[in-house]
Write a protein that binds this ligand. Structure first.
Ligand code: ZN
Length: 379
C-alpha cells in the first residue's frame, strides 16, 4: 500500500486518494489567490514489493485559483533522501506540468519513505536550535525574543555588534513557506557572528538584529501566506495603509521593533517559485518604493544608492530588469514614508535555491548592501 501524510512541521497537502492503478491524487492547501502553490508531504510504500506510481498535485479547490497555482510551475521538485535529512532534485523528466495540475512519477522500494516538496523546508524548530547554538558557541551575540506570535510561539532572533551604532534589522518568513529567505537570514546570522575579518569589522561599526522566522505559526502550519490570524504580514496594513500601527499580533510586534527606536536599515528576504521563460538563471527579483517616498534628502540618496547596489551588484534583475513596486500597505513603504528608513527587499527563487544557494545569494545581497551603507555613513 502507498500511504501519504502532511501532518508534520511545514507539511502541506490534503485529500490524498488513489484514483487509478498506480495513480494517486492530492490537493495543496492554499491561503489566498496566487498564494496557493506549496506542497510538502511524505509518501511511503508499506507493501512488500517495489512500487512505481504517479502523483497528481492539484490546486486548492477552496481557493479556486488554477492559474495562480500553475504559474509557479515548472519548478524544482525536491525529494528527500531516505533518512529525510536532505533533498535531491527530482529529474525534470519525472515531473510533468499540465495545464491545471502537475504530475510526479516516483518509484519506492518496500518500506521506503520520502518527503516530496516544491520548496526545501526550513523548519521553525530547527531554526530556533540553530540560533541558540550560535549564541551558545560564539559568545559574541545574544538571543532575543521580540514577542509571542498569536499561536504563542517565540519570535526569536539573534543580536550582535555595538549598541549605539546604526541599527540594522534583517528578517524573513513574512510569507511563511518562502524558505529560501529564511535560509538566507540564517546564513547572515552565521556570517555576522563569525570570525571572518569583514564580519568583525561590521560588528564594530553596526548593531544587528536578525529574525529569520517572523511568522512562526505559519511556518509550522506550512502556510503559503498567512499568520494564525489569517494576516499577510507583507501587506501588513491591509486596507488601511495610514493606520497608526498594524492590527495583527505579529504585525504590531514587528512595527514596534522597527520603529522604537527607528531602525537605520531594514533588510527583508522573500522567495517565489518557477523557472520563468522570459528570464535568466537564477530568476531572483526585488522590490522598491519610488525615491520620493523619502522626505529626507540624505536618506533618499542612501536609498537610491542601495537600489543601484541591488540592481548592479546582485542577481536581483535576473527575472526582470525593473524592480517590482512595493504595496503602500507594506512595512517597506510605511517605514520609508513615516520614518525615512531605507530598505533592501530581495526575492530568492526557490526553484534554483536550496539552503546553500539561498545562503550564498542572501549573503551577497547583505554584504553588498552593507558595503554601500557603510560607505554612505562615512561620507
Ligand atoms: Zn513573499
Amino acid at each position: 500500500m502507498i500511504t501519504f501524510s502532511s501532518s508534520f512541521e511545514c507539511g502541506n497537502g490534503k485529500n490524498f486518494k488513489k484514483i487509478d492503478n498506480n495513480r494517486y491524487r492530492c490537493e495543496v492547501i492554499g491561503d489566498k489567490k496566487v498564494y496557493c502553490y506549496y506542497f510538502c508531504f511524505d509518501v511511503e510504500n508499506t507493501s512488500k514489493k517495489m512500487q512505481s506510481f504517479a502523483i497528481e498535485i492539484w490546486n486548492d479547490p477552496d481557493i479556486d485559483d488554477v492559474e495562480g497555482f500553475i504559474s509557479h510551475f515548472p519548478t524544482t521538485i525536491w525529494v528527500s533522501t531516505s533518512d529525510g535529512k536532505r533533498f535531491h532534485v527530482l529529474d525534470r523528466s519525472f515531473c510533468l506540468v499540465k495545464k491545471d495540475h502537475i504530475e510526479i512519477s516516483i518509484t519506492l522500494n518496500p518500506g521506503e519513505k520520502r518527503r516530496i516538496t516544491n520548496n526545501w523546508p526550513c523548519y521553525y524548530s530547527e531554526t530556533c536550535i540553530f540560533l541558540k547554538k550560535l549564541a551558545w558557541e560564539r559568545k559574541n551575540c545574544e538571543i532575543f525574543i521580540v514577542g509571542k506570535s498569536a499561536g504563542n510561539r517565540d519570535i526569536i532572533g539573534i543580536k550582535t555588534g555595538k549598541i549605539g551604532k546604526p541599527r540594522i534589522l534583517c528578517l524573513a518568513g513574512q510569507h511563511p513557506i518562502e524558505f529560501p529567505g529564511i535560509w538566507a537570514a540564517r546564513g547572515i546570522a552565521d556570517f555576522i557572528t563569525s570570525e571572518i575579518p569583514h564580519a568583525e569589522q561590521l560588528r564594530q561599526n553596526f548593531y544587528f538584529e536578525i529574525i529569520p522566522v517572523v511568522n512562526p505559526d505559519g511556518n509550522v502550519a506550512g502556510r503559503n501566506c498567512f499568520t494564525d490570524e489569517n494576516v499577510d504580514l507583507y501587506q501588513v496594513f491591509g486596507e488601511n495603509p495610514d493606520e497608526k500601527e498594524p492590527q495583527s499580533t505579529e504585525g504590531r510586534i514587528l512595527w514596534r521593533w522597527a520603529t522604537n527606536p527607528p531602525a537605520d536599515l531594514w533588510i527583508n528576504f522573500h522567495c517565489y517559485l518557477g523557472w520563468r521563460t522570459n528570464s535568466e538563471y537564477p530568476y531572483d527579483g526585488w522590490y522598491q518604493v519610488p525615491y520620493d517616498t523619502f522626505s529626507n534628502t540624505e536618506k533618499r540618496r542612501i536609498y537610491s544608492r542601495l537600489c543601484d547596489t541591488l540592481r548592479l551588484l546582485t542577481d536581483a534583475p535576473s527575472t526582470s530588469i525593473e524592480p517590482e513596486i512595493h504595496w503602500q500597505n507594506s512595512f517597506e513603504h510605511q517605514l520609508a514614508k513615516r520614518f525615512n528608513i531605507p530598505h533592501v527587499f530581495y526575492e530568492i527563487n526557490g526553484g534554483t535555491a536550496g539552503p546553500f544557494q539561498s545562503m550564498k545569494r542572501g549573503l551577497n545581497v547583505f554584504m553588498q548592501a552593507m558595503k554601500t551603507f557603510d560607505w554612505c555613513l562615512k561620507r
